[in-house]
Ligand binder design. Structure first.
Ligand code: FMN
Length: 195
């Protein structure tokens, strides 16, 4: 049975586009449900995401008796996650649905991959460093963060893993990439187990 993946996006540009990430995750067999912070709706193509996933992007908390509940998640990917939302998630500020859901998933122990994306000047703020440390300390959370890695030249410096091609690249056990007829891509391996 297809596994359900919640993809949380926020108010930062994703260098290769979130739609590309959704397609890759779907081709890995996931049923993708997209959620966005309120600011994230200005950065990502919600219509395209709805077309791809067959469901509207969830932005607002659902009031009792309205809408429909989400299928339970097998996995959560938060990409791109802004400086602001990383700090909120780490500190448990559930003032919007997407971040509230990330916080709740910690309680459920659902594996959650966090891909921060902000410029080094913001990343240098002590609050962000503390947030990364907090997130590293949560057993279900995998942090994909390497702001020194090269990014797409068309986008501001940030985290190379925001690029779907980096986040979802094929990984063999032991961390070395290998691909070919004998070694079909195991894209998701990389997402749950960073190199
Ligand atoms: C054009 C533009 C690009 C931005 N890029 C980023 C970014 O890459 N990373 C980041 O942390 N914030 C970025 N911001 C700022 C965030 O959008 C802002 O902090 C916002 O409050 C984030 O809200 P959210 O975390 O609720 O989505 C950008 C803002 C603008 C207008």
């Amino acid at each position: 049975m297809a596994k359900t993946l919640y993809l949380v996006v926020s108010g930062a540009p994703a260098p290769e586009g979130v739609t590309d990430l959704v397609r890759r995750l779907q081709s890995d067999g996931y049923t993708v449900v997209c959620l966005s912070t309120p600011l994230g709706t200005r950065f990502h193509d919600l219509d395209e995401l709805e077309k791809l996933t067959g469901e509207p992007v969830r932005v607002e908390y659902r009031m009792p008796g309205t809408g429909k509940s989400l299928p339970p998640a097998d996995l959560v990917v938060a990409c791109p996650l802004t400086f602001n939302s990383v700090n909120k998630f780490a500190n448990g500020h559930a003032d919007n649905f997407a971040i509230g859901l990330l916080c709740e998933m910690v309680g459920y122990g659902v594996p959650t991959v966090v891909v921060p994306h902000c410029k080094p000047q913001l990343a240098a703020h002590p609050a962000f460093q503390r947030s990364l440390d907090t997130l590293r300390g949560i057993p279900a959370v995998t942090l994909m963060y390497d702001h020194d890695a090269p990014t797409n030249p068309a986008s501001p410096p940030g985290n190379a893993y925001t690029r779907p091609s980096a986040l979802c690249r094929s990984e063999a056990p032991g961390g070395r990439s290998r691909q070919g007829p004998d070694h079909p891509p195991r894209r998701f391996q990389c997402v749950v187990r960073p190199p």
